[in-house]
Design a protein around this ligand. Structure first.
Ligand code: AMP
Length: 218
């Protein structure tokens, strides 16, 4: 199964992708995670990307497409994938279409995570990720007083807030989404691939809605 999770920052794409990975045995490919790994490892790409990411802007299409092409060549991606945070611009969507045509494996569906914009800022500002395993949590959703453990993976999760989740950068990222990424909704609707999921419900309810939307292409 080859699917895209499309939606504004904070719409829950990454969290839902993590839940579906185990059930479907396909990797989540998050361009944000790939970029953050480059930043952590201080690669040349990471050095270039860091200031763009910290400002809430998009990394250029050529860089993103070559990073995705490289990721597609890894063995686990042959079974399929959930694309999370990619494509984010119309040129990236065309680039993806070309890459998939080359390997004769078209997309199965695009899931749009529809969330009231007022909720987005709250969700993003509550977001924390485990420094060790990368799993994402939300302090607004986690039961008080402690954040949930990393699904048993890390005994003592070290939770951090991403620099670009700070409130002033969030507004910029939402604006960038509206201008550069939201046009992908029509792009995929015109291709008959778009399935919209109302994503302002509980985690498990949204997972059930996503699974129902994917019934078509199992
Ligand atoms: P994310 O984790 O998906 O919210 O991405 C974090 C940041 O990485 C974004 O705000 C962008 O600066 C950059 N980024 C991630 N994916 C892309 C992409 N497909 N195109 C351009 N920039 C991206």
């Amino acid at each position: 199964m080859r699917i895209i999770f499309l939606g504004a920052p904070g719409s829950g794409k990454g969290t839902q992708a993590q839940r579906l990975v185990e059930r479907h045995g396909i990797p989540q490919i998050s361009t944000g995670d790939l970029l953050r790994a480059h930043v952590r490892e201080v690669t040349e790409l990471g050095r270039r990307a860091k200031s763009v990411m910290d400002a809430g802007q998009l990394v250029d299409d050529v860089t993103i497409l070559s990073m995705v092409r490289e990721r597609f060549s890894e063995a686990d991606a042959a079974r399929g994938f959930i694309l999370d945070g990619f494509p984010r611009t119309i040129p990236q969507a065309y680039g993806l279409e070309t890459m998939l045509a080359e390997i004769g494996k078209p997309l199965n569906a695009v899931i749009l995570f529809d969330v009231d914009s007022a909720l987005l800022v709250k969700r993003i500002s509550g977001r924390r990720s485990c420094q060790d395993c990368g799993r994402v949590f939300n302090v607004h959703v986690a039961p008080a007083p402690v954040p949930p453990p990393c699904n048993g993976q890390c005994a003592t999760p070290r939770l951090l807030q991403r620099p670009d989740d700070a409130e002033d950068t969030v507004a910029k990222r939402l604006e960038v989404y509206e201008v550069q990424t939201a046009p992908l909704v029509d792009f995929y609707r015109e291709r008959g691939m778009l399935k919209t999921v109302q994503a302002d419900a509980s985690l498990s309810e949204v997972t059930a809605r996503v699974e129902a939307a994917l019934q078509c292409c199992a």
